[in-house]
Design a protein around this ligand. Sequence first.
Ligand code: GLU
Length: 449
Amino acid sequence: MSVKLRFAPSPTGLIHVGNIRTALMNSLFCRKHGGTFLLRLDDTDEERSTEEFSQAIQEDLTWLGLTYDEVFKQSERYVRYNKIRDELIAKGLLYPCYETPEELERKRKRLLARGKPPIYDRSALALTEEQRKSYDDAGQKPHWRFKLTHEMIEFTDLIRGEVAIDAATVSDPVLIRADGSYLYTLCSVIDDADYKITHIIRGEDHVTNTAVQVQIFKAIGAEVPKFAHHPLLTDDKGEKLSKRIGGLSVRSLREKGLEPQTILSYLARIGTSDPVEPHKMLKDIVGGFDISRISHSPARFVTHDMENLNSQIVASYDFSEIEIRLKKHAPEADAKFWNGVKFNLKYFSDVAEWYHIIFGNPENIAIPEDKDYLTLALSELQKLDWSTDVWKIWTNTLKATSGRNGKKLFMPLRQALTGMSHGPEMEVIIYLLGSEKIIQRMENAIDSL
Ligand code: GLU
């Protein structure tokens, strides 16, 4: 069977890591089974949906490398939705309700006060033709609810296993607002049916929604797709991520300097029993993806872990892969330079700093107490044969002649040569700088004291 999946964000904001995790699972499942992948923009809430967000979502997906075969907007399909709406009304499955939001809220509170679940009491179903007419004549616009069949709704969830929800414990869902606009629930079912979507993977906050949709699929005579509901993301303390989600938009992670591969590698594996590993290619992530390995407990999203993974992704690039990109930050950079510094970059753009340190004039941070030591170090250095293992011989000699060891022995040399207190191994620095620059920098450091 060929599979067809979709990612269906609402263009009411930027997409964030939570959305991307859902998109990724759908995309991975799709690729693994050689299927078709659609992007659907759920934009029936015309007040909150914007063209800018639709564009931004597509740009973000493209930047991430999450490609899709087709894209469409729900707002293009009103004619179709209206047709199904009329059919459901004719079948008595969609009924008009005239309660105001305040009335509904009062009913809700009353039920809760009596310790009852706040399920809609269906009083609109009991309205007579005359009563409806008098509301209509008074210009009161109804919202429309789908009449659930009160029975057990059962489906097999690819992550959660057998799910059974008693429809009597759920309010008849509103499918059309009083202003005539559609809620995504009905449109989603019509689209999934028309586009022959075979699998729907989404967050577990949609489980009840799915139960309702299963009945709508049946009501419109469509085949019910397979569902999988994944646990949601939490932060490292187990709190819902939604509070801080603004800072976790794909846009902001991109601006911060994260590689798309980092985001995908990380999101593909958190909340599964598989280790988080750096993958440069989506196809490598696809290979290890197995929906049955998604855990039933929430996935922890830890920004720090993702940043660590970013360093690994950056370090995994060969010079040939990033040569063009590298030249933007470091015009004269060569493979020797890249291989020397690549393990010390949190973000790719950090390479500019190391470029300046190796090829430019880094700031001098030598301290006066080290003046004699650096003078000794320079004179020992000038005696060395550069064809040998300079760093080892230099520091061994200095250990014997200065009596220093450990940090006191190494740090002044690192600082004099790089203007930094951390960085690549000193052997690498020595190799990248070469004798001339090293002697020059030692002289400058001594002169500055
Ligand atoms: N637009 C819906 C949402 O973002 C889609 C849910 C679904 O996948 O069906 O929540």
